[in-house]
Design a protein around this ligand. Structure first.
Ligand code: ADP
Ligand code: ASP
Ligand code: MG
Length: 817
């Protein structure tokens, strides 16, 4: 004989009922069968609502009854509904109205009447399903499971009288054919109707399976088995093929709703194989729960589950906590009030003791404990009980964890790297589970982080927020799109673009935008607002989040600190933050190191050239800088390399702007400010505490150029002053020199450096005489490179090289933790 249970979604509408019937028919050809059914999906919630409203004397409770009547009619009309089924249904519905009316009218509330209302869902569904199966030719009898199962409620706990239940179920043992039974319902020893708790139809089926010594127990639901994590929270979760009863118990105890926790024990006791399968995909393998000695290849960790709505109660008091008398009274208080303790932790100092309970019990617990320990609290022997709420428990489960070391190290390091604070930890002595308490807002992030670490060994997801989609940003998005598969294949990085913003619009997609359609997504997006953007990045709370700043915006750079502090990495080509005040630069570096959050800005100097990273490596490995001479402005180099007095200086500047070689405002390049900022960053990376004012500038622009109102006025002024540039050029070329805008840093002593930028005429003996186009060069003399300098040379400006430099930083940031 086998027992087959169908959950609420598996019978929720005509399509589901047809599916259910075909599964029942296929089992029935092979075995005598007991079919246990839940209420039609959502009906128990409606019944609870009817009860609550009737008790609150709200006449609106009848709306719920109308809805249930309509749902039931829907379940009958698609196959017609024979007269006797219809009559049985009519009686159940009329009894429902009577019960609800009595709650509405009576002043006394009655548990028995409330329970009778709640189990109406199963009474209806089992009646309809029995009639439907008969009509289809699957002959069956309907049995009332409340006649077999004896149980009562103690607080939130359901206590089954196993002996009475199993003995009553003997009668069903020898039955042939198909029996249909409602789940969820039971009777108290006094004969009143009661429930087995929400989700309790699984339990009914397991009790029946035990009572009739079934060969197998099938739980048909709306997912293909017990998943490695709740699939509503972790999209990558997948079904666990085989797990032991103990593992299933741990997972369900800590919240895996797919199986109501008390259902495991009855199956375990008789070693009945328990199969969790999908009604809507019955050929999918599903999960098999069986004895651990029958499982050959055991995984170390088989799943993660979680429970929300948790409160933590902490008892603190020197000399007191840990004493036997105290502990006994403490735990007694919970059991006296039927409060279920989910997790216990105690520091080895025994100064404090912490228990996790359902938040619904928190007030009762606090009240009861404060009363029980009133004297100790009043006399200062212990502190008042502390309650923290809005917490979740996450449990990592696996029978084989006990024979593997390093599981908790791996667990907590991945959480730490994602800034998930652990409020409390417990590990059962069976070592079958490691459970810990975190803030509820972090639960999704934690589940995904751990899931990725333990179940998606080959893959790391990074979540990018791209701000600025001009020439550089759009090229970057193009690279991210083209390289997405390559990153997955070669580096196991799944780089998703979750947010995109320009100054007008922003668009988010938690699952990652389809990058090739970013323009479209952005157009469809919401109005851009930087503070909303930052708040959204924080509230999405995705693991490995990184903001990519492709702007030259002061406002965006002003957000880095907040982002880093919240564990969100920053990759930027925007120089403003690193060339801002020394104290801000240092604070950003410190936060990045302290909080272990990536902060990369390689493209601040020399676009994609490996300048900052090289400097960092030299300094970190104990080298020290003697001098840096560099041509760092691709734009100025392009301009002075192109300009020969024949085409106007203004048109050369315009060409540089069009090629993306300049900052959006070319004055920042031509004033030398851009190069000054770069030299400042190099000096700081070399370990020198400089401010921008410490760098001298030899200006070359005609007077008034930097005071122009806007870019077009500036360009006009360049045109008017063409002769100024012509004479600069002629003077240099008369001496066979070329004009280069050079940045220099000279270390004069440990604490004293000289830094300057300016236009110089350089002759053919110079290393950078031949530097062409938008190239950059950096010549570095250090302790190690005293005679022959280290030279880094190459394309140092332009949207493509900058975008690929940012891409390089994103990869580095992905590997940061
Ligand atoms: P039924 O109505 O069939 O009893 P439930 O809604 O009680 O179904 O349980 C199935 C649901 O449990 C799934 O749809 C899924 O959302 C949720 N769930 C939570 N944790 C898990 C898990 N680890 N594996 C599978 N499903 C889970
Ligand atoms: N119908 C009940 C509930 O929704 C029992 C069950 O479906 O398992 O909780
Ligand atoms: Mg269920």
């Amino acid at each position: 004989m086998i027992v087959v249970k169908f959950g609420g979604t598996s019978v929720k509408n005509p399509e589901a009922l047809k599916q259910m019937a075909s599964i029942v028919a296929s089992h029935a050809t092979q075995h005598p069968l007991i079919v246990v059914v839940s209420a039609f999906g959502g009906v128990t919630d409606l019944l609870q609502q009817i009860t609550d409203e009737a008790l609150a004397k709200k006449a609106t409770y009848t709306t719920g009854i109308d809805q249930i009547t309509a749902r039931t009619e829907e379940s009958l009309s698609f196959w017609g509904g024979d007269a006797s089924t219809r009559e049985a249904v009519r009686q159940i519905l009329s009894r429902l109205s009577e019960c609800a009316k009595s709650l509405f009218e009576e002043t006394e509330s009655s548990d028995a009447v409330s329970a009778e209302i709640l189990v109406t869902g199963e009474a209806l569904s089992s009646t309809v399903i029995s009639g439907y199966l008969n009509a289809l030719g699957t002959a069956n009898r309907l049995e009332d499971s409340s006649q077999f199962i004896t149980a009562m409620h103690e607080g939130r706990r359901v206590k089954v009288d196993y002996a009475a239940t199993y003995s009553a179920l003997q009668k069903l043992k020898e039955k042939e054919g198909v029996v249909v039974m409602p789940g969820f319902m039971a009777r108290t020893p006094e004969g009143a109707l009661t429930t087995l708790g929400r989700g309790g139809s699984d339990f009914s089926a397991a009790l029946i399976a035990n009572g009739v010594s079934a060969d197998e127990l099938y739980i048909y639901t709306d997912v293909s088995g017990i998943y490695t994590a709740d699939p509503r929270f972790v999209r990558q979760a997948k079904p666990v093929e085989t797990l032991s009863y103990e593992e299933a118990l741990e997972l369900s105890h800590f919240g895996a709703k797919v199986l109501y926790a008390p259902s495991v024990q009855p199956a375990f006791e008789k070693k009945i194989p328990l199969k969790v399968k999908n009604t809507f995909d019955p050929s999918a393998q599903g999960s098999l729960i069986t004895s651990s000695d029958l499982i050959s290849n055991k995984e170390t960790v088989i799943g993660i589950s979680h429970l929300n709505n948790i409160s933590l109660i902490t008892a603190e008091g020197a000399d007191l906590i840990g004493q036997r008398g105290f502990t006994t009274r403490f735990f007694e208080t919970f059991s006296q009030h039927n409060i279920n303790i989910i997790l216990i932790t105690q520091a080895s100092s025994e100064y404090s003791l912490c228990v996790a309970i359902d938040s619904g019990d928190a007030d009762t617990a606090q009240h009861a404990l404060s009363e029980r320990f009133e004297t100790e609290i009043r006399t200062g022997r212990m502190k008042p009980f502390r309650i923290e709420s809005q917490l979740s428990i996450v449990a990592l489960v696996g029978e084989n964890m006990k024979s593997h070391t390093g599981v908790s190290g791996k667990l907590f390091s991945s959480l730490g790297a994602n800034h998930i604070n652990i409020v409390a930890i417990a590990q059962g002595s069976s070592e079958r589970n490691i459970s810990f308490v975190i803030d509820e807002i972090n639960v999704k992030k934690a589940l995904n982080t751990i899931h990725e670490r333990f179940f998606e060994k080959q893959r790391k997801q990074i979540n990018l927020f791209v701000v600025g989609v001009g020439t550089v940003g759009s090229r970057l998005l193009n690279i991210l799109d083209l390289q997405h598969q390559h990153l997955l294949d070669k580096l196991s990085i799944d780089a998703r673009v979750v947010g995109i913003s320009n100054s007008k619009k922003m668009a988010f997609n938690e699952q990652g935008h389809e990058i090739s359609k970013w323009k479209h997504h952005l157009e469809e997006g919401e109005p851009a607002d930087l503070s909303v953007l930052i708040a959204r990045i924080k509230s999405l709370n995705l693991r490995n989040s990184i903001l990519i700043d492709n702007t030259a915006s002061h406002d965006v750079s002003a957000c880095y600190m907040e982002l880093l502090k919240n564990g969100i990495g920053v990759v930027t080509c925007n120089k403003i933050a690193c060339s801002s005040s020394l104290s801000n630069y240092q604070a950003l570096q410190r936060v990045s190191i302290d909080q272990k959050v990536p902060f990369y800005y390689e493209t601040n100097v020399g676009a994609g050239l490996p300048i900052i990273d090289t400097l960092k490596n030299l300094i970190d490995s104990g080298d020290s800088i003697h001098s840096v001479v560099a041509v760092l402005s691709g734009s100025l180099n392009f301009i002075f390399d192109t300009y020969d007095g024949r085409t106007s200086f203004k048109s050369v500047v315009e060409a540089a702007m069009e090629g993306g070689y300049t900052e959006p405002d070319p004055r920042i390049d031509l004033s030398g400010l851009d190069v000054k900022r770069k030299l400042l960053i190099l000096a700081r990376e070399s370990g020198y505490a400089l401010e921008l004012e410490d760098i001298a500038t030899e200006a070359f622009l005609p007077e008034g150029a930097l005071e122009t109102a806007d870019v077009s006025a500036f360009l006009q002024l360049l045109e008017v002053n063409e002769s100024h540039f012509e004479s600069l050029y002629k003077e240099a070329s008369a001496q066979q020199k070329k004009l280069k805008f050079v940045a220099e840093l000279k270390v004069l002593s440990d604490h004293y450096v000289e830094a300057k930028v300016g236009l110089q005429g350089v002759d053919s003996t110079s290393d950078y005489y031949t530097l062409s186009g938008s190239d950059n060069i950096l010549i570095l003399y250090t302790d190690r490179y005293q005679k022959q300098p280290m030279v880094i040379k190459g394309a140092g400006a332009g949207a493509d090289v900058t975008a690929s430099g940012i891409f390089g930083d994103i990869i580095r940031a992905s590997n940061y933790r």
